[in-house]
Design a protein around this ligand. Structure first.
Ligand SMILES: Nc1ncnc2c1ncn2[C@@H]1O[C@H](COP(=O)(O)OP(=O)(O)O)[C@@H](O)[C@H]1O
Ligand SMILES: C[C@@](O)(CCOP(=O)(O)O)CC(=O)O
Ligand SMILES: [Mg+2]
Length: 397
């Protein structure tokens, strides 16, 4: 029986360059955001696994014997190296009463939870009777990697609860992280959760959620950036809803339809990521303005490319126009089609200019805020180390 309560968290991310192209083997540069998803796991003595996801309106619970019977009934075996099969997902949908083609946030979240719970149980021993609550500071479906932060939290909690990885938080410590080997396991199971939600993810988002910081990602290869200057980034949420799964599928269709036209665009995005990496690694920790024109131009070129591959949106065009009228450069981040854009702020951008841009963006109905990047990856917390807002959210849910 599981007897400990755990609270853990994983960060969202911002992709500087390489979204979508990274799904097709190109380089992406991504940084962890100071907005996180939190998961609390508590023992429940009732022979049930209960999951509450207030962000998507899910409250579900299942008897552990029923879950065990379902897991035993699966013909195909579960493994973190294999994609969830259509048959497995269909069986889970039927079990959870989710309609065949359902793609609503609550259906995908429930399906990802069930898949990870059963798959991890099958490999490492049954997940004990627990009560799981997930709460997030991240907007859902806005390009900031909420799906990956959710999957990383679930992977870390479920692997810990069934004993596959340690519980590294010692008495008196406020936070703790897992070993590299354990993080690799968390990352690979989180990728499975992303596969359930996204269909065909690249893995960059769960890598940032697991390791945090700033990294270069290409075809599963994760390389922390050598040096990351302090970048000031304004994040704007257009609040236009969209689904990563649908956008990623749309890009694939376009590539299949026009390979000779689309592949050079993806190659160009790859070159932008590489150029940006060289500039970032050459910049001192507190860079002077001279480095910024190149970074700004790379934002502009990539934003055009993202429009070409079909993931732009009038709201994002508007965001770029508004910031350009204040001399600032923006691009979409994440899957696009709405969601969030990022605007690069120079060290010499005056607070007045930032305030004026923010005011105009808010007048469009957008929400915007300055962010800190390079946050730590998945982390265990002692309850006493959590800030008041998180504690409040966890206690009232
Ligand atoms: N806090 C959360 N609780 C439950 N499910 C979540 C949460 N955050 C994200 N999700 C799942 O992730 C999906 C959004 O993922 P996606 O379309 O990739 O957008 P993004 O990752 O950019 O936020 C939601 O539909 C939901 O299924
Ligand atoms: C479009 C993509 O590159 C990033 C998607 O990020 P998000 O789900 O929009 O936060 C897809 C991927 O890398 O799996
Ligand atoms: Mg996502």
């Amino acid at each position: 029986m599981w007897e400990r309560s755990l609270v853990l968290s994983a960060p969202g991310k911002v992709i500087l360059h390489g979204e979508h192209a990274v799904v097709h083997g190109k380089v992406a540069l991504a940084v962890a955001l100071d907005l996180r998803t939190f998961l609390r796991l508590r023992p429940s003595g009732e022979g049930r696994v209960c999951v509450r996801l207030p962000g998507v309106g899910v409250v579900r619970s299942w008897d552990t014997p029923r879950l065990q019977a379902l897991r035993r009934g699966f013909a195909a075996d579960f493994d973190e190296s294999k994609s969830p099969s259509v048959e497995q997902l269909d069986t889970l949908k039927e079990f959870a009463g989710i309609a065949a083609g359902a793609s609503a946030p609550e259906s995908l979240a429930t399906l990802a939870f069930l898949y990870m719970c059963l798959a991890i149980s099958a490999k490492y021993g049954d997940v004990p009777s627990v009560d799981i609550l997930v709460w997030s500071e991240l907007p859902t479906g806005a390009g900031l990697g909420s799906s990956a932060a959710f999957a990383v939290c679930l992977a870390a909690a479920l692997l810990t609860a069934c004993g596959a990885i340690s519980c590294p938080l010692k008495e008196g410590e406020s936070t703790a992280r897992w070993t590299e080997e354990e993080l690799t396991l968390i990352n690979s199971w989180a990728f499975q959760g992303e596969r359930v939600i996204h269909g065909n993810p690249s893995g960059v988002d769960n890598a940032v959620g697991t390791w945090g910081g700033a990294l270069r990602y290409q075809s599963g290869k994760i390389t922390p950036l050598k040096r990351v200057p302090t970048l000031r980034i304004l994040l704007t949420n257009t609040k236009v809803p969209r689904s990563t799964k649908v956008l990623v599928a749309g890009v694939k269709e376009k590539i299949l339809k026009f390979p000779a036209i689309m592949n050079p665009v993806l190659d160009s995005i790859d070159a932008i990521s590489q150029e940006c990496q060289s500039v970032l690694e050459a910049m001192p920790a507190n860079p002077s303005p001279e480095y910024y024109p190149v970074l700004e131009e790379l934002f502009d070129i990539n934003q055009h490319h993202l429009n070409v591959i079909g993931v732009g949106h009038p709201s994002l065009d508007r965001l770029c126009r508004v910031t350009a009228s204040h001399g600032l450069h923006s691009k979409l981040t994440g899957a696009g089609g709405g969601g969030c854009g990022i605007t690069l702020l120079r060290p010499d951008t005056s607070p007045l200019a930032v305030e004026a841009a923010k005011r105009d963006l808010c007048a469009c109905g957008f929400e915007c805020w300055e962010t800190n990047i390079g946050a730590p990856g998945v982390t265990l917390h002692s309850s006493s180390s959590l800030n008041a807002e998180v504690l409040h959210a966890l206690s009232k849910s």
